[in-house]
Design a protein around this ligand. Sequence first.
Ligand code: PEP
Length: 245
Amino acid sequence: MKEVVVANWKMNKTCAEARSFAKNFKELVRERNREVVICPPFTSLWVLQEELKGTGIKIGAQDVFYKDWGAYTGEISPPMLVELNCEYVIVGHSERRNILNETDEIVRKKLFCAVEHGLVPILCVGEKLEERERGETEKVVEKQLVSALKGISEDLKVVVAYEPVWAIGTGKNATPEQAQEVHAFIRGILEGLVSRDFSEKTPILYGGSVKPENAKALLSQKDINGLLVGGASLNPESFARIVLC
Ligand code: PEP
């Protein structure tokens, strides 16, 4: 399967900064084999869809609400994202689960509403440090996956991102072997939950302190089909090095 590399800019970059990044970055990654997706703040989606037109670089949102329209102050709906040529959307990022108290049920509603409109959800799952230390990594990851994906049709395209919370923004990435172990476990859960075809065609990305220096070793693992990159995606040169590694 084609590997997928996703940039999650979080709450970074004004429209002017996003435009300057895109002008620079698209020239650096002309020759690439991987699917590239950039998820800027909502305010810069329009700018990126203009600047990246015709490049094959895809755009994603960092979140979405689970209704099409209505009295939901501050929220953004799937049709609004589709109109901006967004193809992907991140759901269940640990910062939303832990800082904004998003529950598994909310993540599930967002995921199902996104796929109904043809968006590809990037479902983030991962354990906290204390959960890993208690030996609960598999239990936590399985619960998040089952809750978000139970009942999903096997024809739908979904991306899963394993992001151990202790590795996000800490500079401390999971080792390729630690990540591979959980990715293989996720692959098995997807097979049991949906089907073997679904599990084989679903890219499972690793996220958590990915840098140009560790990207290749992570991608060399059998069940790591791409990367979700936060901090190192903010600079066009470092993100390009990861895409091209
Ligand atoms: C993320 O927030 O999805 C992420 C992986 O961040 P970082 O690369 O900065 O750890």
